[in-house]
Design a protein around this ligand. Sequence first.
Ligand code: IPD
Ligand code: CA
Ligand code: CA
Length: 279
Amino acid sequence: MAAPEFTPRIATVAREAGALLMTYFDRRIGFEYKGDVDLVTEADRASEKMIVSRLRELWPGFDIVGEEGTRQENGSDWRWYVDPLDGTTNFAHGYPVFCVSIGLEYKGALHAGILYDPTRDELFSAERDCGATLNGKPIHVSTTKTLSESILATGFPSHKRHKNPNIHFYHQITLRSHGVRRAGSAALDLANVAAGRYDGFWEFNLNPWDTSAGVLIVQEAGGTVTRFDGSPFRIDSREILASNTVIHAELMHNFAEIFAGRGLEEIPSPVDYAKGREK
Ligand code: IPD
Ligand code: CA
Ligand code: CA
C-alpha cells in the first residue's frame, strides 16, 4: 500500500482546529441563523479562518472551498473542501457530536480526507490507495450481511426541511433494520460507517464540504458510496448512499421500492393510536 503524502500534515491542521473549537464549546457561545434552521457560530468562522490560513501556507497554489464563504480559485487541479465545524446545531446546544472535515480533490476525484472529532480525540484519515485509519490504526467497514441486522444513520437538511421526503425513508428503514440514528454530523456518520460502527448511511441534500473527506474514508475502508440508484457518487452529488458494500444492493432495492411506494410498512396514525390508548 502506498504511503500517505498529505494526511500527516492535514491531520495537524485538523487537530489544531478541533482544539480551537473546544475552547468555544466549553464556553457555550451563542449562534446566528444562516437560513431557516441553519445555524452558524463564531466558532465555525474562527475554525475556517485558521484552517484556510494553514492550508494556504502549506499548499499555496491549491483551490479552496470553505462552507463559511472561503472561495480561492487558482485554476489548480487540486482543491480543498473545508467544513470547519460539521454538527453546528449539536455544538450550539452543547451536544458533543461534531467534527472538523477537510477533503482534498485532484482533477475531480477524491484524493485525501481527514475528519477530527475533538470530543473523543478521534482522527479518521484516508488517502487514495493508502487505506483508512482511526488514530493511526487501520479501519474496515462492518461485515453485517442483511439490512434487517443493520444499524444505519441519516440526517435531515437545514434548508427547506418541509420539502424533503427523508422522514418517510427514516420511517421505513427504521422498521426494516436494527434502527436508524440521527446524530447530527454527516461527516461523523460517514466516519462511523468506515469504522464498522454503522452498516450504512444516507442523506438527501449534502454539500462537498460535508462529504469529501468521509466518502474517501468509507471507500478506503472497503465501503461503497453511490447515489440512491447506484449511480456513481461524485463530489457535487447532493444525495448519498454509503454502506459496508455487503448490504448495498439490498439498500438500493429498498430505496427503489420506497420511491415507488411499494411494500410500505404501516404504523398507526396518532389519532387511531390515541383512541385505543390506555387511560
Ligand atoms: C450538517 C450536518 C447534519 C446534516 C446536515 C448538514 P453543518 O452540517 O452534517 O448532520 O444532516 O445536512 O448540513 O451545518 O452542521 O456543517
Ligand atoms: Ca456540514
Ligand atoms: Ca459546518
